[in-house]
Ligand binder design. Structure first.
Ligand code: FAD
Length: 493
């Protein structure tokens, strides 16, 4: 395009700032500056990635394009033409919302993500299955975060994962809007002319440009408290399970480097460890995980009696909401409990145990109730009003809530992201709503059963096509007559 060396240099530097940006705001700012300098419009989603590629030719940029080009070559994307003309709204910029957004963009859809916050602040660490590591490396993860899953490491902090996925999403022309909160879906009005509004989203702030976009697909990826109407939730009530997460500052000293991680110890596998812990400290746990990441991260499931004995929980209530309400938790005692467990768990080898600080400027320790776990009854539904159809789907924690100490959230979340992208492709191909829903629900039946052992082992072959990921797949186990309810149609009032 006839740029001067100076302009190329400047673009290279801005690209570097973008790659290195360590916050959500910083990423968006450097991306906007880069687009302005190159005079590229990221809303021009059909040509943006190609234009960017031809304009950014530093070796670092080229290395990333090589990775991403390999990905864009998947035959399922049909060279970015598979979902051309499809407009998708993703609610929530967590890992699963962003991962879904990337797939839909690669299929050629126009993708808009709305995120109610403007910071990525979760230090907590996600366990990654081998396929997710392979998947992320294939998207250039190491170019954005050199330390990504080096050696035997198989985890990443939530904020670091969001950051890397946001950068990839922006490069493939996903629109990402922070400080925009989804409120509800707005049906198309009745008796409208042909060019009247279709399905839209009521959002806060109401005057945001996203409020005036008509969508064909809406994906709920807003975490365990899904806000999309129409999805019934199934509750799995188990025995009381109280998880504690704690993050300590990692100063990356040699002494800290030597301390071994605990990739997950459960009582039944190492009774001596837990009995010794109880005897020495009074702390009674069912399991514990320790990952050395940007922070020293611990997640443990604690027995209620030991929390009462150690003064963490003040009164014993049957109702778990009351039991774990902030008024019933002694925060200082909770910090002490987490620190003692971390100290014992690491054989007192971590030289200092200073708490990392969370987004609220408080020590990053929290207690969560996993007694009731939720899953949506359906993975998708189709709504039709006055001739306008809308495909609505759930992914991530909104679809199937994970039990953190097992670390399934991101792994199953990404599988659902791929399955949903596959469904949108089918939708764009013009399959009937019942066909699309029946296939999606068949795949959803597999999801809660997936483990590292029973999914396909050839990660190189993984695509959004479910057949590449689930061995012995029967994608017709749910029949079309079983998905009549998720297809709601109103053609006249
Ligand atoms: P999330 O990561 O929850 O992302 C949802 C996003 O949607 C958020 O960014 C949220 O701000 C946004 N949002 C919510 N409502 C709206 C709305 N109305 N409009 C727009 N945006 C909205 N898993 C573990 O394995 N270990 C852990 O220690 C752990 N700790 C966690 C701590 C917290 C506080 C939370 C919320 C989750 C934690 N998880 C943990 C779960 C893990 O983060 C998820 O499994 C994983 O991030 C995939 O989630 P997701 O993308 O579906 O949803």
């Amino acid at each position: 395009m006839g740029e001067t060396e100076e302009e190329k240099d400047q673009a290279g530097k801005l690209f570097e700032n973008f790659i290195q940006a360590s916050t959500c705001k910083g990423t968006l700012q450097s991306f906007n500056l880069l687009c302005r300098l190159l005079d590229l419009d990221p809303q021009d989603h059909e040509t943006f990635y190609c234009s960017l590629k031809t304009r950014l030719t530093s070796w670092r940029a080229k290395a990333l394009w090589t990775k991403l080009d390999k990905r864009t070559c998947h035959k399922e994307y049909k060279r970015g033409q598979a979902c051309v003309g499809t407009k998708c709204l993703i609610i929530g910029g967590g890992p699963c919302g962003l991962r879904t957004a990337i797939e839909l963009a690669l299929l050629g859809a126009k993708v808009v993500v709305i995120e109610k916050r403007d910071t990525f602040s979760r230090n907590n660490v996600l366990h990654l299955w081998p396929y997710t590591i392979h998947d992320l490396k294939g998207l250039g993860a190491k170019k954005f975060y050199g330390k990504f899953c080096a050696g035997a490491i198989d985890h990443i902090s939530i904020r670091q994962l969001q950051l890397m996925l946001l950068k990839i999403a922006l490069l493939v022309a996903v629109e990402f809007h922070v400080n925009v909160e989804f409120v509800k879906l707005l049906e198309p009005p009745e008796n409208q002319e042909n060019d009247g509004p279709g399905w839209r989203a009521e959002i806060r702030p109401a005057d945001h440009p996203v409020a005036s976009i008509d969508f064909d697909v809406v994906v709920g990826a807003d975490g365990r408290r899904n806000t999309l109407e129409g999805f019934k939730r199934k509750e799995f009530r188990g025995k009381l399970a109280i998880a504690i997460t704690a993050n300590f500052v990692n100063r990356n000293t040699t002494a800290e480097a030597k301390v071994e991680e605990i990739s997950g110890v459960a009582f039944i596998f190492n009774q001596k460890f837990f009995l010794d812990l109880k005897e020495e400290t009074g702390i009674d746990l069912e399991n514990i995980v320790y990952y050395k990441d940007n922070t020293h991260y611990f997640v443990m499931t604690a027995k209620k009696q030991s929390l009462l004995d150690k003064g963490v929980i003040i009164h014993d209530y049957i109702d778990t909401e009351m039991l774990l309400s902030s008024e019933n938790v002694n925060q200082e005692a909770l910090l002490g409990y987490a620190r003692e467990a971390a100290d014992f768990g690491t054989n007192y080898q971590l030289p200092t145990l200073d708490f990392a600080i969370n987004a609220c400027d408080q020590p990053d320790v929290a207690m969560f109730d996993f007694t009731s776990m939720y899953a949506s009854e359906n993975a998708a539904l189709v709504r039709e009003r006055f001739g306008h159809q809308l495909l609505v789907a759930l992914v991530g924690d909104s679809l199937l809530e994970p039990f953190w100490p097992m670390g399934t959230g991101c792994a199953r979340g990404f599988l659902a992201a791929f399955d949903s992208a596959w469904m949108v492709k089918r939708w764009a191909e013009g399959r009937t709503p019942l066909e699309v829903l029946a296939e999606r629900e068949s795949l959803y039946r597999i999801l809660p059963q997936t483990t590292t052992e029973n999914i396909g082992k050839n990660f190189e072959q993984y695509t959004i096509d479910p057949g590449t990921r689930y061995p012995n797949l029967i994608s017709t186990c749910v029949r079309q007559n079983q998905v009549q309810r998720p297809f709601s149609r109103i053609t006249f009032a």
